[in-house]
Design a protein around this ligand. Structure first.
Ligand SMILES: [Zn+2]
Length: 126
């Protein structure tokens, strides 16, 4: 019978999270984790690891908002105080920056979250 402690040792968390960040399978690191922008594959095409157990739900969106908000809000304040740009210029730069950063982070954070769940044997990952 397998020991849960041994299983955790077989699945180190940080490499799995990094592979997920790269949107690759947390087990083999070469199969695609996502098909399209955010759709999670049911299984890995290389090692047949099952991904359908994941429960990322709203977690990646929450983390994206958390990171983008905490990066952009102070930056917006600093730029405004230091340079006093035209309001329309400031709005345009930060609107594009917020949307671009959010679109960049969302699939990577989803992959990282699934990698974390896989490494910690959460939600049926065995
Ligand atoms: Zn794989």
């Amino acid at each position: 019978m397998s020991n849960p402690t041994n299983n955790k040792a077989e699945r180190p968390t940080m490499p799995a999270v990094l592979k997920g960040w790269k949107r690759k399978c947390p087990q083999c690191g070469s199969g695609p984790l996502l098909s399209g922008y955010l759709t999670v594959n049911d299984t890995c095409t290389v090692c047949s690891e099952e991904f359908h157990h994941h429960r990322a739900d709203d977690g990646p969106a929450y983390l994206t908002i958390l990171l983008v908000g905490h990066l952009m809000a102070p930056l917006l304040h600093m730029i405004f105080v230091r340079y006093r740009p035209e309001p329309l210029v400031l709005f345009t730069i930060f609107a594009v920056g917020c949307v671009g950063l959010s679109l960049y982070l969302l699939p990577r954070l989803k992959g990282a979250m699934i990698g974390f769940q896989w490494a910690r044997l959460m939600h049926g990952f065995r």
